[in-house]
Structures are given as C-alpha cells and as structure tokens.
Design a protein around this ligand. Sequence first.
Ligand code: NAD
Length: 432
Amino acid sequence: MKTKDIEKNNPWQRALLQLRGAVQRTRIEPLLALRLANPDRIVQVSLPIRMDDGSVRVFEGFRVQHNDIRGPYKGGTRYHPQVDMDEVKALSFWMTFKTALIDIPFGGGKGGITIDPKKLSQGELERLTRAYTRALAPVLGPAKDVPGPDLNAGSTIMGIIRDEYSKIVGSDTPAVVTGKPLGEGGSEGRTEATGLGGSYVLQHFLKKRKLNPKNMTVAIQGFGNVGSYLARYLHEAGFKVVALSDSKGGLYVPGGIESIEAVEKCKEKKGMLTGCYCVGSVCDASNKDIVGGREITSDEILTLPVDIIVPAALENAITEKNAKKIRANIILEMANGPTTLEADAILKKKGITVIPDVLANAGGVAVSYFEWEQNRKNEHWKKADVFARLKKLMDNATDTVLRVGNTRKVSLREAAYITAVERIATSASSKR
Ligand code: NAD
C-alpha cells in the first residue's frame, strides 16, 4: 500500500500503516505480518427490533475479531452513529496491540452498533442489546471472545449481554463480558480504571523524565467515563486541570478548576459542563466582573496554552489543521486513535511528546482482565488490590515503552508497536 493511496483519516488505513512501521523495524515473519494486517473474523449482523411505538426497525451491528494469538479476543462495544466496519476493524487492531503491550493473555476484538443511543428509550436499548448478543452468541464466550464497554455502552449494557448470553447457553456465564455492574460480577475499580490507568502512566512518565507534576496545567477534551475520572485523579495528584469539554462545549479556568465534582454535578443537572460552575470568585460564564473562567468550544480546548492536552473523546481529534496550533508539550491520548497520521508527523517535528493510546488508555482492559480472572476463579478482589495490580501493569508497560523508545531511537508510539509486535511474534512461535 502506498501512502498516497491512504484515505485520509480512515482509522483502519492508519492502523495498517502503524503495523507496516512496526513490521519494518522488527524481524517478524511475513506470514504473521499478513495475519496481523487482516482480522481473523468479521461478523456483521442485522438487528430487527420492535420500537416502543409498535413500529419495527433494523439496526446494523458488528464484531471484529482481529487476532487471538495471545488469548481470547478482547475489546469494547461502541454504540455510536459513526460506527462502521473500518472503525471497528481499526479499534479491534488496536486492542490486539494494547493487550500485548501490557502483557495480558488476550488478543484483540471490538464491536459496535450504528446508532444514536440518545434517540432510543431504555427499553429499546435493552431489546437491541439482547438482539445483538443473540446474533453474536456463537462466536462469544469466556475462552473465545469477551466484549467490554466503550462509547455509550457502559455497565448496564454489559449486564444485559451477560444475562442474555447466560440464557442462551443455559448456564450463568459472568466471564463472557467485562465492565458489568458491581453486583452482577463486575470488578471493583473497573469504572475508574481507564482514567486511573492514564493518570498512572502520565505520573510514571513524568517521574522517569524527572519532571514535577505539581501545578502542570492540563486540558481534557471529553468528559465521559474516561475524561471525568482522569480529571479527578490528576486533580488529586496535584496537576492543575484548567479546561474540560464535552460534545456540547466546555469551560476554561486558567487558574485551575477547583472542583471537578462541581463540573460533574453541573453535567448531571443540566446535561452540560457549563452554566453552573462557580467556585469562589471563578465562574465559567463570560462576565467582566469575574476573573478567570470562560466558556470554550470543544475544538478550542486542544490549542490552549497548557502543559498537557488530553483527547478523551473520539478518533481524529488532532488533525493537520489543529496540530500546528497545539501549544502543549505533552499529549496523553486517552481516546482511541485521536491523532491522524499527518498530525502525528507535525507533532513529531514540533518535538511534542505523544503518550500513545495503546499505552495511555490500557487501564480499562487491564481491569477487564482482572474482572475476567475473578469471574473464572469465583473471587472478588478489594479495590485497593485491583488498583495496586493496575499500577504495576501500567508502570511496567510505561517503563518498557520508554526503554524501547530510548534504545531504538523511536517515538513512544513506535516503541509501543515494536514491543507489542515482538510479543505477538514470540507467542506465535511458541504455538507452532
Ligand atoms: P463516554 O461515552 O463515557 O464519553 C465520551 C465523552 O466524549 C462525552 O463526554 C461526550 O460528550 C464527549 N464527546 C463526544 N464528542 C465530542 C466532541 N466532538 N468533542 C468533545 N467531546 C466530545 O465514553 P468513554 O468511555 O469515556 O470513552 C472515551 C474515549 O476513550 C473513546 O475513544 C473510547 O474508545 C476510549 N476508551 C474508553 C475506555 C473505557 O474503558 N471506557 C477504554 C479505552 C479507551
């Protein structure tokens, strides 16, 4: 594939280029390279359901099982209007590399339904999730493929998948899915895991680079599960979180947002982050009498004068258009695939350090692995134990990426891919 043939911003094409880079830098067998460039299995399903008003509609669902050399396919489930096959293929590919990078016994998979969940009632979403589970049941299972949560598909949806799958196989099977509610076989700490994992990676990275996090300014795009927990943990660790945004806009408080909780409450109350944040003399509304806070757009947040920016929403947030304007020195990629290829090249030229998604957001799948292990052993671990194990995994993976980056003189993203490809190759050779 020639670079000029690559469709701009297509995540699957980008994934293939990332693979090509890693293959060129390692000595993996051509057969393995070819296997990694093609998902093991692609499942596309039609999901007809009855709507609340009695009408019937059909939705489109996907599950891509990218690779299982290192263990069962593992990856989230996304409910979003932009879900399509190339997106799910790319996301499943990144899971294969993420699980290998943090060295857990899983491969990579991903699924999704093309849908705007905000337009469906709870009952409709439940019927759709049950239909999706029935359609995929033959290829799922604790030792085959274990879905987890992703955009707009949280613990409630995961609980429904477990319930429907268990009915189909005639035996309660909590380990078929992770990210379940606590009382339904979920793990302590799974909800916080991705944000917390990202904060561990960032802190370990800064420690190794001998940089003091105290008062470093951070702007976070996306205030859902990942962004909100990350904000909370970074704030607790002494970082100065100055800007937050979601799909409806955001707020910027140059002196530091004093209470992440106040923003959370605002979102709960109003469905958006702005319009009720006032702590001390700082409010988000543009008011000449109030020093500090103001409302910003979600795009603006990435080009603010801060030390660290965090894309924690969708793919392709950082493009060739805004990359040139980025003023931060560090980018912590909490979303999957937030940086386009062109943007990556610009950032590299500008000397901006990118902590890649496959490392930064791997905390979610790490605790999913702990949940799967607890379910299979019929155990329930304490939150402190889960967090201690998570920290160990994330610190180790960060150390490895930094070491490979240094010794091979490559970016952290390239180092992450080299590490993962070599691990996959080792597992493949031991299975021959
Ligand atoms: P979520 O649905 O809980 O939250 C998504 C957030 O992004 C919401 O606040 C939404 O308003 C915001 N958003 C949507 N479009 C936006 C835009 N154009 N600009 C700014 N904000 C926008 O989802 P999540 O679970 O927090 O996932 C966020 C990202 O992290 C996704 O890329 C996902 O793949 C990735 N991720 C999630 C997990 C996990 O465990 N949940 C694990 C690894 C990676």
